[in-house]
Design a protein around this ligand. Structure first.
Ligand SMILES: Nc1ncnc2c1ncn2[C@@H]1O[C@H](COP(=O)(O)OP(=O)(O)OP(=O)(O)O)[C@@H](O)[C@H]1O
Length: 259
């Protein structure tokens, strides 16, 4: 598939070389106060992994620490065998990690095509940009059909797809997704999550997401981590966690909706 053509960064074999992303003993917080008290998590190549947990448990803080937005006080983050602890956003992009933020970051007055191109705004080689845009449109046929449409006229699900598509312009190996379900109706949440799954299957992408919508997130994911008060308290296959009585009682609400 396009994402893994020759220009792409060489892939490692997760089974032989360990996880693509390896987080060990992550300790981080704000103004001298630790929020994360030694978080460990792994993401293998081609996996979809979801971090869930109650409000204020530290999910966003994990992402901020991974993405170099706050200082890591202790612990390490290794990506594809390279120590990337405390790398800033630009270094992480170069290393092959993209972040799709929770807040929509599209430019509504620009077309879908122009928004996608912005994923490579530092690139001067027009041919390369054209080829990458074509790859993204191949993965997102619905966006391709709307390429000349103003991005501001897209539906919520299409906007999310646009942001994901734009993040793929630099051919990341790992995409961090900050609460992809936020602001979307249940139907659109399902659509976006199906999209992630098909991107994984079609383009071999790897996703690590945080989700408040624990049920949808874990249903979609290969594996999940539950974070409580800055510590991982459960981990396992998404389906296993969903079936676990304690996890259901604590995070999903027995007999209630997951949110
Ligand atoms: N910039 C900040 N300064 C100080 N404390 C912060 C800051 N950001 C978050 N916190 C605190 O860190 C703790 C964890 O917050 P975090 O946003 O990581 O939780 P979360 O699990 O993502 O929550 P939610 O599901 O509500 O988004 C909370 O107690 C929060 O008040």
């Amino acid at each position: 598939m396009p994402i893994s053509e020759p220009e792409a960064a060489p892939r490692t074999d997760g089974a032989e070389r360990g996880p693509l992303l390896e987080v060990r003993g992550l300790r981080a917080g704000y103004r001298g106060v630790d929020i994360l008290h030694g978080v460990d998590l792994d993401v293998a190549e081609g996996e979809i992994v979801c971090v869930v947990g109650p409000n204020g448990s530290g999910k966003s803080t994990v992402f901020k620490a991974l993405y170099g937005l706050i200082d890591v006080r202790e612990g390490s983050v290794v990506f594809g065998g390279e120590d990337i602890t405390s790398h800033g956003p630009q270094q992480l992009l170069t290393a092959g990690i993209a972040l799709v933020p929770q807040q929509p970051a599209i430019f509504p007055a620009m077309t879908v095509h122009e928004n996608i191109e912005l994923g490579m705004y530092l690139e001067r080689d027009k041919g390369k940009i054209r080829r990458r845009v074509a790859e993204v449109f191949e993965l997102f046929p619905k966006l391709a059909a709307r390429r000349s449409q103003q991005a501001g006229t897209l539906s919520g699900g299409e906007r999310r797809a646009l942001e994901i598509g734009r993040s793929l312009m630099l051919r990341p190996r790992l995409v961090l997704m900050d609460e992809p379900s936020v602001g979307l109706s249940p139907v659109l949440v399902h659509e976006v999550f199906e999209q992630l799954r098909s991107l994984r299957d079609a383009a071999g992408l790897t996703f690590l997401m945080i989700e408040q919508n624990a049920k949808s997130g874990l249903e979609l994911s290969d594996r999940g981590y539950v974070i409580e008060r800055g510590r991982v308290t459960y981990s396992g296959a998404g389906a296993e966690l969903l079936a676990d009585d304690e996890v259901r009682r604590t995070f999903l609400g027995v007999g209630k909706d997951s949110r």
